[in-house]
Design a protein. Sequence first.
Length: 326
Amino acid sequence: MGFRKPSTKKIGLKVLAMGQTASGKSVFQMSFPKVAALDSEAGLALYEGDEKYGKNLVMIQNTMSVSEMEEAFDDIDEVLEDDPSQISTFSIDSETKFYQTLQLSALEVEEKRARRNGKDVMDAGISQRQWGRIKHVATRLQNLKIDLSAKGVHVISVSQVEDVKEKKGDSFVKVGEKPVMAKNAEYDYDIIIHLFKEEDGKGGKKYKGLILKDRTNVCFDGQIVENPSYEIWKDYYENRSGDKLETNFAGSVDKVTEALEKEDLEKEKTIVEKLKDVMSSSPEAQAKAIELIKEAKIENPLQPTANQLKKLEEIVKAVEEEFPKK
């Protein structure tokens, strides 16, 4: 039976910290205990060895490779199996850079495809298929974060922000800001805090955070906290007793993806393979298929473009109907 009786669980906090440059994002994430950080912007290097702000940083890796990010989750698992006390927090700074790298990689794939097909590279854009792949990778990474949190490790995602605008009259007006990361990724977090700074009237700055979401109920939505840090949620987490969760959300996605990819391969294979089958059924069927392919102006039926797939389906169907297999 897959169900279990509900009980208190001590799982790590999943936190999204978003904000403009120099809004205190790095200091906020390093206020959490025993941080292992993925640094894609080399920004945390300024705090390495710093007695005040870098004291909680126990491990760091500089990369903006998505594959290396996935490998980092495996590395963290190995460290936790060896000694669960070594790491308490996993930080990604920033999610924005990893997401932008995903998009850049997808665009490069489309540009290479354009060159192969003799098309203008400047007209190349991210295809719907590539957007689907980006979404899959982003979903898998989000699920890896949830799995890590279930093991009692805090997960901090740092994101840059971009303006949200609405059209009012003839112009667009800024109505807010949103994180620059995979669409709808923010739904997976327990806490979302929008970090910002203000003048203190004495020539200095005050660092603050607007609470946009807090499943722990330590803060309320819309609350503004000064000098935001782990201390706000420390008592909630450390006074919470219970077991950890055993989850494998990332593995579940892989199983579904494997099934869908198999289905897609079957569909892609069907058109070309059916064409081969029908053409090999008889000399008459082969001649008819060649005639229809020429009429449809399909230069290479074994490597059809997306626009030619429908025509090939119609050709296969027509030949099968005229020359049914005996």
